[in-house]
Design a binder for this molecule. Sequence first.
Ligand code: GLN
Length: 442
Amino acid sequence: MDYNAYVTEERIEGAEEGRLAGRTVAVKDNISTAGVRTTCGSAMLADYVPPYDATVVERLKEAGATIPGKTNMDEFGMGTTTETSAFGPVENPAAEGYVPGGSSGGSAAVVAAGDADMALGSDTGGSVRCPAAFCGVVGIKPTYGLVSRYGLIAYANSLEQIGPIAPTVEEAAELLEVIAGPDERDATTRDASEALGDGEATAITGDVTDEDGGYDFVSAADGDVDGMEIGVPTELLDGADDAVVEQFWAAIDDLEAAGASYHEVTLPSLEHAVEAYYVIATSEASSNLARFDGVRYGVSGGYDGDWNEAFARAREEGFGPEVKRRVLLGTFALSAGYQDKYYKKAQDARAWVKQDFDEALGAADVLASPTMPVPPLERGESLDDPLQMYLADANTTPVNLANLPAISVPAGETGDDRPVGLQFVGPAFGERAVIRAGSALG
Ligand code: GLN
C-alpha cells in the first residue's frame, strides 16, 4: 500500500563498509541532502536542492547506510498529524484510517511498514516521539546538544533535535551512536562525557563511552531495570484518555515485575508547558522563516516594482495555513508592547519547567508518562481545531523546554488496535537511562 510516506524516493548510497552497511535509513525532508531536493513538506521549497549535506547525513553515509528517500512531514515541522504537508497526508501503517502522528509521520510510517530499516526525524515539541507512539515503533529525542543540527532547516532552533526512529530500542540506540557527537559547525553541540563529568555514571546509566572513546548507547538496551526508580508525574496522566492510561499502568506493572519501583510526583509547572512552548516555538519560527521570501529562498513572488508586494506574494503562495498562523502568532508575541506579556513570560515558564524536572530527576532515574495523552486520531479530526491539536502535545513539549532526553516505546494497544506509546524522560545526557528503561518493555 502507498502510505504517501516519501516526498522524494531517490537513493543516496553511503560508503561500502561501515556499521550501517546494507541497511536503509530514511531521512525526514527537513534535513539537507546534497543534490537531493529537501522540501520541508512545503510548496515554498518544492524545488529546493541543497548544495550540502547535513552533518547527520554525512555521518550516515560514512557509516555505510543507504538513504532510500526523503520522508513526508507536517509543513516545516508544524503539526502533530502529518496532515499539513503540501504533499498530502500520510497514512498510518499500524492503524489504517488514522493519522501516523507528526510531524515526522513519514519517517515513522516507513519504519512501521518495513519500507526502511530505520529513519531520522526531528523533534521540536514531540515530532519524533509522537509519530513513533502512533505507529507502534521506537523514537528517541536526544538531549539538546547531543546531535548536530547543522543542515536541519530550522523551525524553532532552541527546542529541536534530530532523533532516530527504529523498530527496536537497540536499533534506535545504534542509530543514535552514529549521529551523536560534537560538530564544529554547530556550536550548540557538546560532548556527552564531558557534559556529564567524572563519576556521573551510576549503576543505572553506566558509562556513556566505551573503551575506544566512542559513545556507547547500545549496551544500555539490555532490559535490566532491577533497582531502577521511576517517577510518574501525575500532571501527565490527568486528562489522558482512559485506554491510554490503562496501557500505561500495565507497562509500569511489567517494570515493577522486572525489579523497578515507582513513585508519583507532581510538577506544577507542567500545566503551563504547552502555552509556553507555543509562544516560544512560534516566536522562533517567525524569525527562522523570514528567509523564505522568494529572493533568498523559496518560490519567487515575481518582482514588478515593489519588493514588499513580491515578498508578500511569495509567502502567500508558498506557505500553507498552519505555517501562516504560526508566523502571525510569533510575530505578534515578539512585537513591541507585547514581548513582556508573552515571550518573556514563556521564557520564565521554561525555566520553571526545567527546575521542576531537575528536582524530580533528583529523586528518580527516569520519569515515565504516556507519550501522547490520546491514541492516534482519525484523519481530518484535528485540522479544523488547531487548539485541540496543540493540546495533544502536553506530554512531549515539556521535555523540549527542559532540553532533556526522552524515548517513546510501544506499550500495548487500545481496545480497537491503536498503538499506545510510553515515554521515559532522563537527566541531561542521560540517554542511557531512558534507553535502558525503554528496552525493558521492547
Ligand atoms: N506538534 C508540535 C508542533 O506542532 C511539535 C512539532 C515538532 O516537534 N516539530 O509544534
